[in-house]
Design a protein around this ligand. Structure first.
Ligand SMILES: NC(=O)c1ccc[n+]([C@@H]2O[C@H](COP(=O)([O-])OP(=O)(O)OC[C@H]3O[C@@H](n4cnc5c(N)ncnc54)[C@H](O)[C@@H]3O)[C@@H](O)[C@H]2O)c1
Length: 249
């Protein structure tokens, strides 16, 4: 297999970090993008080597996105994949959700993923095609309590991915979504109360939270142009059966 590189946002933590480690282990060159420069420094300290390129980037910063796209276009190892894992969450219920909160979540979770995908699609096309994976959520599929802004943003991301899959197919760019269920990451540690944790354990058929590594495996499959060559426009829920479930007892 010839050398190839992947850009992963939110790479300093949780799911993005696990995807970074897995792709490094599988021989990819990884551009690790995150707004948290200190956490990126820690990542580089833990994983020294030329295959890891840490790039401080806030996905709401269009100038930063454009600068990275220029860099990626001139990179010696061709960019063949993008994973948009950078995201923010909120547990505010519908009645407590303000327009400002709704806009803030859309700005990162939808517009950020859109803008980076748009900037890098021409680079992927010039390199012969590739794969874009958007990290949505089961909350973009189901009506989960307290997920008005978060769920709406992830639902929008899913629809965006389907349109991108159709429009970018002629350029040999596949676009898919991974929709994780509850995954043990710093985001969850911040947003899930003890009561909510118990509720997830009750409603997930596998009766547990998933790990970032389990999500990374699904991402790596979708990013692999040999293994997932005929897969585009799909939503892969990696959720212990949550979205499939109905009556549980
Ligand atoms: N953990 C879960 O249970 C779960 C479930 C479903 C979906 N997701 C989604 O998976 C993705 C990763 O979540 P996680 O649990 O690993 O979260 P996390 O908080 O551990 O990591 C998110 C990373 O994104 C970065 N980030 C946030 N805003 C950014 C911005 N504007 N620009 C650049 N980087 C930014 C943060 O600095 C952080 O390093 C998110 O999109 C999240 O919505 C998570």
């Amino acid at each position: 297999m010839s050398a190839r590189s992947i850009a992963i946002t939110g790479a300093a933590s949780g799911i993005g970090r696990a995807a970074t480690l897995l792709h490094l282990a599988r021989g990819w060159h990884v551009f690790a993008l995150d707004r948290d420069a200190a956490a990126l420094d820690a990542l580089v300290a833990a994983l020294p080597g030329e295959a890891l390129d840490a790039v401080p980037l806030d996905v709401t910063d269009q100038a930063g996105i454009d600068a990275f796209a220029t860099r990626a276009a001139g990179a010696p190892v061709p960019l063949r994949a993008l994973v948009n894992s950078a995201g923010i969450a909120s547990a505010a219920r519908f009645r407590e959700t303000t327009p400002e909160l709704m806009r803030r979540l859309y700005e990162v979770n939808v517009v950020g993923a859109f803008a980076l995908s748009k900037a890098l699609a021409p680079v992927l096309e010039a390199n012969g095609g590739g794969s874009i994976v958007q990290i949505a959520s089961v909350s973009g599929i189901k009506g989960n309590l307290g997920r008005a802004a978060y769920g709406a943003s992830k639902g929008a991301l899913i629809t965006l991915a389907k349109v991108m899959a159709v429009e970018l197919a002629p350029d040999a760019i596949r676009v898919n979504v991974v929709a994780p269920g509850p995954i043990e990451t710093p985001m969850v540690a911040q947003h899930h109360s003890a009561e909510q944790r118990a509720e997830w354990h009750r409603t997930v058929p596998l009766r547990r939270y998933g790990t970032p590594e389990e999500i990374a495996e699904a991402i790596a499959f979708l990013c692999d142009d040999e293994r997932a060559s005929y897969v585009t426009g799909q939503v892969l829920s990696v959720d212990g059966g949550f979205t499939a479930a109905g009556l549980m007892a």
